[in-house]
Design a protein around this ligand. Structure first.
Ligand code: SF4
Length: 413
């Protein structure tokens, strides 16, 4: 078994833990933001509906800002107020409502999980974090803990990006905060800290503190309700630790939770010395040729061809202009020829590369991909018969395009 971490990185004094819980909850009661999912979780008497309301919010909030989520959440809950309603929706409807929120597999998995609850679990949400994680696709440890504590009052902690930042600062944890060893310690810590009588509020308070006070770049330590428990703040006030270590100091260089000896405390950074992460891999560069095929519809208005992406992988099931991934170092002429060949397969008739008009390039950053769309257009005379053996495709007006399940990247195109 690994050696227990040094005392300075733990919450081992019960009186301190009690005081920290009290201060944090009192602050949360005074200062929490008014958010639609909080109102639902607080007032909904039915446990399954409460669980569903929290679940939807947690999935939408993964990787997405609160301000962006609010409108999507309201529309979603209006359209599918219960698990049963969501289970009956089509994936197309889910993708349409999700369009613009990003990370599209989240919506799809949410719907698959709702179907599973209805068909295999008699419509009843699992009630503990362990069962939620085990039984629901797309529900990881964090989401399971959040649903179980907020909806069902289970005294279980949660660790998300905000909690990582707050805990690393409270306990001066400077080892790589994305490493499994540190993450495990943070989960232990969250489970020790969580308030037994108000676990959902406590977890939300800790996340709220990270989102509004203990923010990444310029934390508002002066207003922080737990500053008297914060070692990073203390260290900032009192400077470097004394030359002679006291009983709470770790052995230099040996501690698995301290910053590496090669990257010691930087006094110019203050509390933002924590948390630290190993350098991120740069996003992969990709080029994709895409063509806006345009025809005159029956009322004379322009219509555009969109085709559906495969049902798995990046942007699964969404619609896009016919597109083709390109090798990185192709000459422009060659890119055009490859795109023309690709379009020919769609249209079942030759397409001359020189008839493709270059419009420009659009850059879109996905979490791990730096995507450049090389955009062409091709106005068509007369009708085109598309090969039904290929992916689903349809002609849409501009308004229909915007109402379809298309990604933000395609809207930019
Ligand atoms: Fe974060 Fe500052 Fe509060 Fe410490 S005192 S928890 S660094 S806001």
């Amino acid at each position: 078994a690994p050696a227990p971490p040094p005392a300075r990185h733990l919450f081992s004094d019960p009186a301190e833990v009690e005081a920290l819980r009290g201060n944090l909850l009192a602050w949360y009661d005074r200062c929490k933001r008014d958010l639609p999912w909080r109102a639902l979780a607080a007032t909904e008497p039915d446990a399954d509906r409460r669980g569903y309301a929290v679940w939807v919010s947690e999935i939408m909030l993964q990787q997405t800002q609160v301000a962006t989520v609010i409108d999507y959440y309201k529309r979603w809950m209006q359209k599918w107020p219960t698990l049963q309603a969501l289970a009956q929706a089509s994936l197309e409807e889910v993708n349409e409502l999700w369009a613009g929120l990003g990370y599209y597999s989240r919506g799809k998995r949410l719907q698959e999980a709702a179907r599973k609850v209805v068909s295999e679990l008699a419509g009843q949400m699992p009630r503990t974090a362990e069962d939620l994680q085990k039984l629901l696709p797309g529900v990881g440890r964090y989401t399971a803990g959040a649903i179980a504590s907020i909806s069902y009052g289970q005294a279980t902690g949660v660790v998300d990006g905000n909690v990582i930042r707050v805990l690393c600062r409270l306990r001066c944890i400077g080892a790589d905060s994305s490493s499994p060893a540190v993450i495990d310690r943070l989960w232990d810590m969250a489970n020790v800290l969580v308030d037994r009588s108000r676990p959902g509020d406590f977890n939300q308070a800790l996340m709220e503190l990270g989102a509004t006070v203990c923010v990444p770049k310029a934390p508002l330590c002066g207003e922080c309700p737990v500053k008297q428990h914060c070692q990073a703040w203390r260290r900032k006030l009192f400077g470097n630790p004394p030359k002679v270590p006291d009983v709470e100091d770790c052995g230099v260089g040996d501690c698995p939770l301290c910053p590496p000896a090669t990257e010691p405390w930087d006094s110019s950074l203050g509390v933002t010395n924590f948390p630290r992460k190993a350098a991120k891999k740069p996003p992969r560069a990709m080029r994709t040729a895409t063509c806006v095929l345009e025809r005159r519809g029956c009322h004379g208005a322009p219509e555009y061809l969109i085709v559906q992406r495969p049902s798995s992988g990046l942007l699964a099931g969404l619609w896009e202009f016919p597109s083709l991934p390109l090798a990185q170092d192709l000459q422009e002429e060659r890119e055009r020829e490859e795109l023309a060949d690709h379009l020919q397969a769609w249209m079942g008739r030759p397409v001359a590369a020189k008839s493709l008009r270059f419009i420009g390039e659009v850059i879109h950053i996905f979490s791990h991909i730096h995507q450049t769309y090389v955009v062409y257009s091709l106005p068509l005379d007369g009708d085109v018969t598309l090969d039904p053996a290929l992916s689903p495709s349809r002609w849409v007006t501009e308004d229909e395009f915007h109402a379809s399940a298309v990604s933000t990247a395609m809207k930019k195109v």
